[in-house]
Design a protein around this ligand. Structure first.
Ligand code: GUN
Ligand code: FE
Length: 435
């Protein structure tokens, strides 16, 4: 029989907002079993918590002092079928897609290959502490099935839809694309996200028809928007020749016309948006997944797309969260994503891009984007016990921003090490990964 209570002794970081993160040195995280799994009952100082539970039966105490606990991550935009193109040569988005990404995604037509890769990627996710997010699979139905079968945590997944401007080996008919969305939504309900790859590769008829269906089923919708200036020129040029779209002025308007925007829609990137577009996203409560490592300069292993203006997005009250955009982003760990967000903004002399903000946007904000923040995203009482343990830094600081900086900036010059930082990952209070 599983114990009714679990107490984990550790230092605790609990994100509260962009500006605040609770930090409890020598803390205790108390979990209580419920029918759905362990939830956080309370957190506090070890000294005040332990005596309260002394007399309780059915209790397991885990002494992990020397470790820091924080909520597990949400990655709100990644392509699980791009694990092997993360570190391939990058010059710019469109060339990288054509030369590396699409030929690689085509391999997933093979069911055995997809299954092996999904199991491997599922292990990568738990090992970096990512237990939720919004994920792109390839056009092949079974790649979404495999992700939903093997990933541990709370993910929505969709097959990219590619009906035009794509290589023959990776192109569906309009009919096939629409039928795929219907079949998968019936099978996976709200875990299936409508995922037109982006306006250039997905005919507007497909976007219109499938988003009608997705909205009716209250499904999430995800796609790419305004990632690079070349891409915007390409999209607008292409749509100026499509009947009914001759007068379209902006990239966002294409998705708006397809009725794809809304509170359950997550747009990847959104770097180059006019004020009118920002207003549209805000009015429709559409969320943005910001992918700093993917957008970073080529020298930093990104696609060199540009820097997302989070201040402007916030001025327009647009919700945004952090994401890796694997394989545009080179590393799966959200620690690497957080560091890149902090470093790039510091270099550009943009204030406010703190580690505290980065943690909030990689946890709570991700849960908000997926409409899970009542039960996920932090260590607040009542939420699921989804968390990671990392080694405490030497000379552990007293303030959360300092502690987060000690933990995260440590690997900034050896980025591949971010993937090895998590010592243990817990999902609903059960250990799902131990190093
Ligand atoms: N735009 C369309 N497809 C993709 C993709 O696979 N990755 C990125 N970063 N942008 C895209
Ligand atoms: Fe992407």
């Amino acid at each position: 029989m599983l114990p009714l209570y679990k107490i984990i002794l550790c230092h605790i970081l609990n994100p509260k907002s962009d500006k605040s993160c609770e930090f409890i040195k020598n803390g205790a995280l108390v979990l209580k079993r419920s029918k759905d799994g362990y939830k956080v009952l309370e957190i506090g100082k070890e000294k005040s918590i332990l005596p309260k539970y002394n007399a309780k039966r059915s209790i397991e105490v885990m002494d992990t002092l020397g470790k820091v606990c924080m909520p597990s991550f949400f990655d709100t935009h990644f392509h699980w079928v791009q694990d092997d193109v993360r570190l391939m040569p990058k010059k710019n988005l469109l060339q990288w897609l054509i030369n590396y990404t699409w030929p690689y995604e085509a391999k997933f037509k093979d069911k055995g290959y997809s299954k092996d890769k999904a199991q491997k990627f599922a292990n990568e996710l738990v090992s970096v502490g990512t237990l939720g997010g919004a994920c792109y699979a390839s056009i092949h139905a079974h790649t979404a099935d495999d992700a939903l079968k093997y990933f541990v945590g709370d993910f929505v997944v969709g097959n990219v839809l590619m009906t035009m401007e794509s290589p023959d080996y990776l192109t569906q008919t309009k009919k096939q694309a629409i039928a795929l969305v219907k079949k998968q939504t019936e099978k996976f309900k709200n875990k299936y996200a409508l995922t037109p790859r982006f306006a250039p590769t997905t005919h507007p008829d497909v976007m219109i028809e499938s988003s009608k269906f997705a909205k009716k089923n209250k499904s999430f919708i995800q796609t790419h928007l305004s990632e690079t200036t070349n891409e915007i020129e390409y999209v607008l040029g292409l749509y100026s020749k499509i009947k009914g779209y001759e007068k379209i002025k902006t990239y966002t308007d294409i998705y708006k016309k397809a009725k794809m925007l809304g509170p359950k829609t997550i747009m990847g990137h959104g770097i180059y948006l006019s004020d009118a577009e920002l207003k549209t996203l805000s009015n429709t409560k559409t969320s943005i997944a910001h992918c700093p490592t993917s957008n970073a300069p080529v020298k930093q292993l990104g696609l060199g797309s540009g820097l997302f203006n989070f201040k402007k997005a916030e001025k327009y009250k647009i919700h945004w969260s952090l994401a890796s955009d694997i394989g545009g982003g080179p590393f799966v760990s959200m620690f690497d994503v957080m560091q890149s967000f902090v470093s790039q903004n510091a270099k550009a002399k943009v204030s406010g891009a703190t580690y505290t903000k980065a943690l909030f946007r990689a946890t709570v904000a991700g849960a908000q984007a997926l409409k899970l923040s009542k039960t996920h995203g932090s260590l607040d009482s009542g939420k699921f016990a989804n968390f990671i343990l990392v080694n405490a830094p030497k000379n552990l600081g007293d303030k959360s921003e300092e502690v987060l900086s000690q933990i995260i900036s440590k690997n900034k010059n050896k980025r591949a090490s971010y993937d090895n930082m998590v010592e243990q990952t817990f999902y609903k209070g059960e250990c799902v990964f131990i190093r």
